[in-house]
Ligand binder design. Structure first.
Ligand code: HEM
Ligand SMILES: *[C@@H]1O[C@H](CO)[C@@H](O)[C@H](O)[C@H]1NC(C)=O
Ligand SMILES: *[C@@H]1O[C@H](CO)[C@@H](O)[C@H](O)[C@H]1NC(C)=O
Ligand SMILES: *[C@@H]1O[C@H](CO)[C@@H](O)[C@H](O)[C@H]1NC(C)=O
Length: 322
């Protein structure tokens, strides 16, 4: 009897899970989508990404971050436009803009080989994957066939967490994208590389949340280092203070010793809902983080994908086709 209930429960769970899988026709969304129309697209993306990161290692982080910022707004549809108003954007997105130049150059090369065929969204996701591979991070499969969106709304982009939200807000934001608490922990692990500008965390050093003193969950020695490093709000500090150029689990270890850079990083270890998951990341078998990260990037890459006749293949990644 009990077993019957369990079986029913599992069946319902299965139905529930299949119901939330993105319903996209395989023919219009697959790893070999460009096999006939643009067979060299992955080679072009990889070669360009490698060349850029070779010149400037910090671009690897910027490119991986772009996948979050594209997919977490609407869906992975290259919704963020950079048009004449781009120059008015604040410094906090300047590193993002830098990453977009790589996408633009890849797009130009791809347009030469196969005009009006490959979407900017697909290029962006392929570039993020190669950025990870190039710095010895994990591989993940990238199905292609996404179309670019024709809608971009600034205020939606503003809803992506900035680094001072509480854990509840983070969990809810991820949930709204069908990403769970484990995905939140796993994907935050991208902060094992790259940097943040002082303006995004300096309140922790000075007057934390208006309490008139520094964030008590910040290691004192680390805090003094941050004070010295931050003379301007645009100065960049490594997100992983210990191994900033290595894709590893040291980001999580830093949280255990109060050396998370952003409020939203450190909180993951201070909150009883997420702390056990942080500990598991540190103590699990080598390779576990990388495997979870691959899976989570696939999930992130599948958010609200436009395929077939939805959207368009943008000619200029920064503008909707006229
Ligand atoms: C959990 C919510 C998240 C918050 C609040 C957050 C916040 C931030 C902030 C404030 C910065 C620094 C930006 C600046 O200096 O202006 C940053 C950088 C970065 N983020 Fe996140 N992030 C989150 C999730 C993610 C995810 C899901 C990924 C990728 C999978 C990611 C990858 C990165 C990377 C690689 C950088 C460094 C970028 C660079 O060096 O150019 N972040 N993040
Ligand atoms: C740029 O974007 C704004 C809104 O973000 C829009 O109102 C404007 O028409 C766009 N300009 C161009 C040239 O596309
Ligand atoms: C988290 O932040 C949201 C938005 O600012 C706020 O409404 C909520 O009360 C906060 N939750 C907790 C537990 O602090
Ligand atoms: C694939 O996209 C084309 C338009 O590009 C559409 O006509 C076709 O119905 C789509 N196929 C499937 C299986 O959805």
């Amino acid at each position: 009897m009990k077993f019957g209930y369990l079986a029913l429960f599992l069946l319902l769970l299965h139905l529930e899970l299949s119901a939330i899988e993105p319903v996209t026709a395989a023919a219009n969304y697959s790893e070999d989508y460009y096999e006939d129309t643009c067979p060299d697209v992955v080679d072009i993306i990889n070669q360009k990404v490698d060349a850029w990161i070779e010149k400037d290692f910090t671009l690897a982080a910027s490119l991986i971050r772009l996948q979050f910022h594209d997919c977490a707004v609407r869906g992975c549809d290259r919704s963020i436009l950079l048009n004449s108003t781009a120059s008015e954007r604040t410094t906090s997105v300047s590193s993002t803009v830098r990453g977009y130049q790589v996408i633009d150059e890849i797009k130009a090369a791809v347009e030469e080989s196969c005009p009006r065929t490959v979407s900017c969204a697909d290029i962006l996701l392929g570039a993020a994957r190669e950025a990870s591979l190039f710095i010895k991070g994990p591989f993940w499969p990238v199905p292609f066939g996404r179309k670019d969106g024709i809608v971009s709304i600034d205020t939606e982009a503003e809803r992506v967490p900035h680094g001072h939200e509480n854990v509840t807000t983070l969990i809810n934001f991820f949930k709204s994208k069908r990403l769970d608490m484990q995905d939140l922990i796993t994907l935050s692990g991208a902060h094992t590389i790259g940097g943040a500008s002082c303006g995004t965390f300096i309140n922790r050093v000075n007057n934390f949340n208006g309490i008139g003193k520094p964030d008590p969950s910040l290691d004192a020695t680390y805090m003094n280092m941050l004070k010295k490093r931050c003379s301007r709000s645009t100065d960049l500090v490594n997100l992983d203070v210990t191994t900033p150029r290595t894709f590893d689990t040291v980001y999580y270890k830093n949280l255990q010793t109060k050396k998370g850079l952003l409020t939203t990083d450190q909180e993951l270890y201070m909150d009883p809902r997420t702390a056990p998951l942080v500990n598991t990341m540190v103590s699990s078998q080598p390779g576990t983080f990388e495997e979870l990260f691959s899976d989570a990037m696939v999930k992130l890459g599948n958010i609200r994908v436009l395929t077939g006749n939805e959207g368009e293949v943008r000619v200029n990644c920064n503008l909707v086709n006229s």
